[in-house]
Design a protein around this ligand. Structure first.
Ligand code: HPA
Ligand code: ZN
Length: 339
């Protein structure tokens, strides 16, 4: 008997390439950690927290996102946060994940960089040894802060070079173009980091050009607004640039007003390489399978198209060519036996 689209998605091997670990912080764990650290939060219940998750743009969300992470203090907190995410997506057949963290969201509150990264890294190592997952860690700079702060963070990251594969750029996009971090990215590239950056989520196509030409990115986070510029689309297609698309995030942050109008299908038709990701699952209504399913239903995606998107998630990952091929073979086998 043919499996349903939902079952097909649940069993589909996939990679997550756009996930802010602080955005996976569920209110239940937030209360637990607040209590053990004797920290106040302004909400009285999990329900109250969830009611506050109504956003009309990126900044609305960021304000509450930075507030939420304020309770994280000890290495164990960062381990628990990361392990909670890993345990969740492991059950969704996410076999590879590339997660971002925002060091400045912690170091600016006086939490040592080492505390943050050691907790996250320990959970990622456990994901590898206990669950057989592969993982990558991406250190993101907060673009609303200045270049000096990014350089300081890069210096901290260099002391943990073995734990970090790539650097990224997130937070408030409008008014903080990629050009602001051109020199930081140049230094990071020289140090051998892979480079990603959020661009074209709220910002114009011009910001995506800057991410390509000035930052020399290896992968683009979001990128929705590239579709406003034909030449840019052609360039991204030529480069086989991965676009880490986040459908439920786009809906929650009003980047699209209806998932039926989501640009993912158009991106595929234009020869781009979009993957499906959750961004900040605790805030936007779900992890990977919810994102796949909501998008499949809204855009009428077939099993074959969903398998293509999952293949793109490996193809545009930072895995080795051998690992990419192995994972893509898994998807071909899966499609052959489950269509
Ligand atoms: N955009 C920019 N910054 C972010 C996001 C996002 O979607 N999530 C967490 N930080
Ligand atoms: Zn993001």
């Amino acid at each position: 008997m043919a499996v349903s689209i939902k079952e097909f998605i649940e069993g589909l091997p996939k990679a997550e390439l756009h996930l802010h670990i602080e955005g996976s912080f569920e209110p239940e764990l937030m209360f637990e950690i607040a209590q053990r650290n004797k920290k106040e939060i302004r909400f009285n219940s999990v329900e109250e927290v969830k009611e506050a998750y109504n956003f009309s743009n990126l900044q609305d969300f960021l304000d509450i996102y930075y507030e939420g992470m304020n309770v994280l203090t000890t290495e164990q907190d960062y381990y628990d946060l990361t392990w909670a995410y890993i345990s969740k997506v492991y059950l969704e057949n996410v076999i590879h994940t590339e997660i971002m963290f925002d060091p400045q969201g912690h170091t600016d509150r006086g939490i040592p960089f080492d505390t943050v990264i050691n907790g996250i890294d320990r959970a990622l190592k456990d994901a590898q040894t206990k669950l057989g997952m592969t993982t990558v860690l991406i250190m993101s700079f907060l673009r609303h802060l200045d270049e000096e702060s990014a350089f300081k963070t890069l210096e901290d990251g260099l002391k943990h070079r073995d734990k970090i594969m790539a650097i990224g750029l997130d937070s408030s996009e409008l008014g903080n173009p990629p050009s602001k971090f051109e020199r930081v990215y140049k230094t990071a590239k020289e140090a051998g980091f892979k480079l990603v950056a959020h661009a074209g989520e709220e910002g114009p196509a011009e910001y995506v050009w800057e991410a390509l030409n000035l930052l020399d990115i290896d992968r683009l986070d979001h990128g929705n607004r590239c579709l406003e510029d034909e030449k840019l689309v052609a360039e991204l297609a030529k480069l086989k640039m991965g676009l880490t698309v986040c459908p439920l995030s786009n809906l929650k942050l009003c980047v699209v007003d209806d998932l039926k109008k989501h640009p993912l299908r158009t991106m595929l038709e234009k020869g781009l390489k979009p993957s499906i990701n959750s961004d900040d699952p605790a805030y936007f209504g779900g992890h990977m399978n919810n994102n796949y399913l909501a998008t499949a239903e809204a855009l009428d995606l077939t099993k074959k198209e969903l398998a293509t998107i999952a293949k793109i998630s490996f193809e545009t990952s930072f895995l080795s060519d051998f690992q990419k091929e192995e994972n893509i073979k898994l998807i071909d086998d899966y499609l052959a036996t489950n269509s």
